[in-house]
Design a protein around this ligand. Structure first.
Ligand code: NAP
Ligand code: GCO
Length: 256
C-alpha cells in the first residue's frame, strides 16, 4: 500500500494571525511539514519578528500584513502575491479575538468587531484564495478555525460563540460550492488552550479549576495539541474529508 503522505513540500500555506499564539504554531507546523509560508498578522512589526524567527529555522516565509476585517487590504495583499508569483495552496483562517461581556452590556460596535474578525474575515480571505484555487484548477485546502463554542455556549462570550457557530456552517457552505473543484474545506474546534487570548482565564483560579474539571482530559490544551490536525487537514491524507469540524478539545464537547 502506498505510504500515507503528510508531506507539504511544494505547497504554500497562508496562516492569518500567525505572529503569535495558535497561528504561529500552525505556521511552524506547516513549515516543518515542508510548506512555504505566507504569514499574516495585523501588526507588521510583530509579524516581521515572527517571520524572522521562522526563517532563522530555515523555512521559506513571506509576510503579508493586513487586517483580516479590511476587504480592500485583503484584496491588495492577494494582488501583491499574484504579482510576486506566490500561489496560496493552503489557507488557515486563524485570526480571531475574544470579548467577554454580558449580552445586555454589549454595544453593536462590540458585536460587529468580533463578528468581523472571527467570521466575516474567513469569508473574505477564503473568497480571495478560492478564486485563485479554482482558476488554477489544481484544488486547495482551506482550514477554518472554530472553537468548542462552535458547539457549546457559555455566558459572556455571545458574539464569539455566534461567530464560531457561523464558522462551522460557513465551512459547510464553502464545501457545497467548492468541493467539486478539488478544494477541501474543514474546520478545527480547539478546546481551552493556553494562549494570550486566555491569560485572564488561566490566571483565574476558579476558572482554571473549572476547565480542568470540565475537560475529560483534566487539563488545558497547548498549541502543540492542535498543530497535528492542521497538518493533517492541509495535506493529501485528508483529500476525502470535507465540510467537517474536528474538535481537538480533550473531550469537552463529548462528555457532560
Ligand atoms: P491570540 O493569542 O490572541 O492570537 C491571535 C492572533 O491574531 C494575534 O497575533 C493577533 O494579533 C492576530 N489578530 C487579531 N486580530 C487580527 C486582525 N484583525 N487581522 C489580523 N490578525 C489579527 O489568540 P489564539 O488563542 O492564538 O487564537 C487564535 C484563533 O484560535 C482564534 O480564532 C481563536 O478564536 C481560536 N481559538 C482559540 C482557542 C484558545 O483557547 N486559545 C480555542 C479555540 C479557538 P495582535 O495580537 O497583534 O492583535
Ligand atoms: C472563553 C475562552 C474560549 C476559548 C476557546 C474555547 O472566554 O471562554 O476564550 O472562548 O478561547 O474559544 O474553544
Amino acid at each position: 500500500m502506498a505510504g500515507i503522505s503528510f508531506d507539504l513540500s511544494g505547497r504554500v500555506a497562508m496562516v492569518t494571525g500567525s505572529a503569535a499564539g495558535l497561528g504561529n504554531r500552525y505556521a511552524e507546523g506547516l513549515a516543518e511539514a515542508g510548506a512555504a509560508l505566507v504569514m499574516n498578522d495585523i501588526d507588521a512589526n510583530r509579524l516581521a519578528k515572527a517571520a524572522a524567527e521562522l526563517r532563522a529555522k530555515g523555512y521559506t516565509v513571506h509576510e503579508a500584513a493586513f487586517d483580516v476585517t479590511d476587504e480592500a487590504a485583503i484584496e491588495a495583499a492577494f494582488a501583491q502575491l499574484d504579482a510576486n508569483g506566490i500561489e496560496v495552496h493552503i489557507l488557515v483562517n486563524n485570526a480571531g479575538i475574544q470579548l467577554r461581556k454580558p449580552i445586555v452590556e454589549l454595544t453593536l460596535a462590540d458585536w460587529n468587531k468580533v463578528i468581523a474578525t472571527n467570521l466575516s474575515s474567513a469569508f473574505i480571505v477564503a473568497r480571495e484564495a478560492a478564486k485563485r484555487m479554482i482558476a488554477r484548477g489544481s484544488g486547495g485546502k482551506i482550514i477554518n478555525i472554530g472553537s468548542l463554542t462552535s458547539e457549546l455556549a457559555r455566558a459572556t462570550v455571545a458574539p464569539y460563540t455566534a461567530a464560531k457557530g457561523g464558522i462551522r456552517m460557513l465551512t459547510r457552505a464553502m464545501t457545497a460550492e467548492w468541493a467539486d473543484k478539488g478544494i477541501t474545506i474543514n474546520a478545527i474546534g480547539p478546546g481551552y488552550i493556553v494562549t494570550e487570548m486566555n491569560k485572564a482565564l488561566t490566571a483565574n483560579a476558579t476558572f482554571d479549576s473549572w476547565v480542568k474539571s470540565r475537560t475529560p482530559a483534566k487539563r488545558w490544551g497547548t498549541p502543540d495539541d492542535i498543530v497535528g490536525t492542521v497538518v493533517y487537514l492541509a495535506g493529501p491524507a485528508s483529500d476525502f474529508v470535507n465540510g467537517q469540524i474536528i474538535y481537538v478539545d480533550g473531550g469537552i464537547t463529548a462528555v457532560l
